[in-house]
Design a protein around this ligand. Sequence first.
Ligand SMILES: Cc1cc2nc3c(=O)[nH]c(=O)nc-3n(C[C@H](O)[C@H](O)[C@H](O)COP(=O)(O)O)c2cc1C
Length: 218
Amino acid sequence: MDFNALWDVSYGMYVIGARQEQKNYGCIVNTVFQVTSENPIICLSMNKDNATHDAIVQSGRFSAAILSEKTAPRLIGTFGFFSSRTVDKYQGVAHEMVDGLPVVTDQITGYLICQVVSVVDVQTHSLILGRVMQARKLADLPPMTYDYYHKVIKGKAPKAAPTYVSPEKEKAVAQEKTVYICDICGYLYEGDFSQAPADYVCPVCKADRSHFQPHKAK
Ligand SMILES: Cc1cc2nc3c(=O)[nH]c(=O)nc-3n(C[C@H](O)[C@H](O)[C@H](O)COP(=O)(O)O)c2cc1C
């Protein structure tokens, strides 16, 4: 199977929010798409290990904030590489509560408030179908695509993401030169890492420079 073919499937970037027992949950997903047009229903693929998965399934509701190209990469680091079980991801992050659900507001194009209508078991993930109860457009900014996240922000996806690519694959892509890759989020450092400042932190997940490992291809 040629996994390169799957890399050309297009996606957007979203923060899915949920609230369960007075606690806010949230994580990044790239896998949102609209299923029906009238009384619109959207679908997302959520890993069962994500704390946000259980919060959505138990509460029956979720929000989807649509990220733009102006959204800070750090937001993706916080919501995409840490768990709501151990971190209050919304602390220090601009957000508002809409209909009792947390919605991040950092340069998003808009948001959707959804009621779960169906949960489909797909091995490691659940497909969560949600009826859009409220939709609000906030800014005329270009929505961030998954391709933009990879090519411009140079971000990667963790194992929980359906589109995860292993470090071995990354090494093959890096071809013949030594590159420095963040061992937490997979961010690829561009240039001579020895010149990076002592207090350098990963722009995506905030890991310090000790997390950048050299990888030599082949
Ligand atoms: C770029 C990117 C895309 C992701 N896409 C998905 C996705 O579509 N589905 C999913 O379940 N997790 C996805 N993730 C992983 C979750 O955001 C991640 O596992 C998160 O830490 C879960 O947090 P939680 O435990 O607080 O729910 C993605 C992460 C990143 C960085």
